[in-house]
Design a protein around this ligand. Structure first.
Ligand code: FE
Ligand code: FE
Ligand code: ZN
Length: 276
């Protein structure tokens, strides 16, 4: 079963996102838990959530992926920003329990000159405070492109974080194809090799979701500029191999390409045609 969705605006609530997803042929979706630049989340709308849960069951939806605001930096040198990251993630996770069994994706963070070791220490500190053993949500570390002082652009860094987290069973990885490519992992010419390395260092069982994006920039560019599927440096042939790979094909794929909703619909149709 091809699990495919895209990033949708959460401004009209869960049911609206579910309906939009169905309209464009998706069976899951991603959304920001709040304004991507941070700030307060809207009050929980329990009626909307109940309606969405019914709708998602009727339509056979796969787990949805909540994305933390991208300004959230758990390893900022500034104590108030680390506190904000922790409070935001704790609040997001509390709210997500209303939609049991979801995924919550976040960018590990940028150490901004403090060094990788200090950065990782702060990230682990946050995770150990906010992840509760009884939660139904799986928290996903996103693989990053390595722009600036981003942590998480190597499988090794992600492994170190995971190893130090107490409730590891609530933790996984979301692989962003644009990001890993920009970080230097050659998923175009050596997908098997990259996945073997992921398995050796992190363990393939930790891989829970894929952000499926082409990249405007070449392998190893450490840039992070997404392109539409087939219109970047990764290219359509590589995506056909990615969605059909035996280690990936059962995972949920979420598009975050520069597109409007209709454009996502076209990409979903294109990928469905190539899914064997
Ligand atoms: Fe992301
Ligand atoms: Fe991503
Ligand atoms: Zn990105």
């Amino acid at each position: 079963m091809f699990k495919i969705g895209c990033h949708l605006s959460s401004s009209k609530g869960y049911l609206a996102m579910g309906k939009q997803a169905v309209e464009i042929g998706a069976n899951t979706f991603q959304f920001f838990t709040r304004n991507p630049r941070g700030g307060d989340a809207k009050p929980l709308d329990e009626k909307d959530i109940a309606n969405y849960l019914d709708f998602s069951k009727e339509n056979g939806f796969h787990p949805i992926l909540a994305h933390a605001p991208y300004t959230l930096n758990a390893c900022s040198p500034k104590g108030n920003l680390r506190a904000f990251a922790k409070a935001t993630m704790a609040d997001d996770l509390r709210r997500l329990e209303y939609i049991p069994g979801s995924y919550y994706n976040f960018h590990p963070g940028s150490h901004v000159g403090q060094g990788v070791e200090t950065g990782i220490k702060y990230i682990v500190e946050m995770l150990n405070e906010v992840i509760k053993p009884e939660q139904s949500t799986t928290v996903l570390l996103e693989t990053m492109g390595g722009k600036g002082s981003e942590i998480g652009s190597s499988f090794e860094e992600l492994r170190i974080i995971i190893e130090m987290v107490e409730h590891q069973d609530r933790l996984g990885v979301c692989l962003d194809t644009c990001h890993v490519f920009d970080a230097g992992y050659d998923i175009v010419n050596d997908l098997d090799g990259v996945l073997a390395e992921f398995d050796k260092i992190i363990g393939i069982d930790r891989l829970k979701a894929i952000h499926i994006n082409d990249s405007k920039n070449p392998l190893g560019s450490r840039k992070d500029r997404h392109a539409k599927i087939g219109e970047g440096q990764i290219g359509m042939e590589a995506f056909v191999r990615i969605i059909n790979h035996s280690l990936l094909r059962e995972l949920p794929f979420y598009l975050e390409t520069p597109n409007d909703v209709e454009g996502y619909g076209r990409e979903i149709a294109l990928l469905k045609e190539e899914y064997l």
